[in-house]
Structures are given as structure tokens and as C-alpha cells.
Design a protein around this ligand. Structure first.
Ligand SMILES: [Zn+2]
Length: 58
């Protein structure tokens, strides 16, 4: 088996704010574990929503 990584093998998770699936991006290579939201917008919305955040703000 080749060691190449197919697109289908990319990690994916669900945005904690909008619930949309988000697929691994190169920009998240170093922070993937910490990524919870698909966009800055979702992140700020989660901050603005009481009880919506999980308390893991940086
Ligand atoms: Zn989102």
C-alpha cells in the first residue's frame, strides 16, 4: 500500500457552533486538536452565546 494520504483520509470534525462538518485544512495542521469552530465567525458566536462555549477559551 502506498503511504500517500488520500483526501478521504483527512481528519474531520464537527463545528461546535454551527454543527457543520469541517475537514482538515493545512492551516490547522498545528492546531487541529484545538480547533472547535469552522470559522472566526462561529468562534465569536460561541463566545457571545452563554452556555454555548465549553469554557476552553484561550
Ligand atoms: Zn461553524
Amino acid at each position: 500500500m502506498p503511504k500517500m494520504r488520500r483526501k478521504a483520509d483527512l481528519p474531520a470534525k464537527t463545528c461546535a457552533q454551527c454543527g457543520r462538518p469541517m475537514v482538515w485544512r493545512k492551516a490547522w495542521a498545528k492546531t487541529w486538536d484545538a480547533v472547535k469552530y469552522c470559522s472566526e465567525r462561529c468562534r465569536s458566536q460561541a463566545k457571545a452565546t452563554p452556555g454555548g462555549a465549553d469554557g476552553a477559551q484561550p
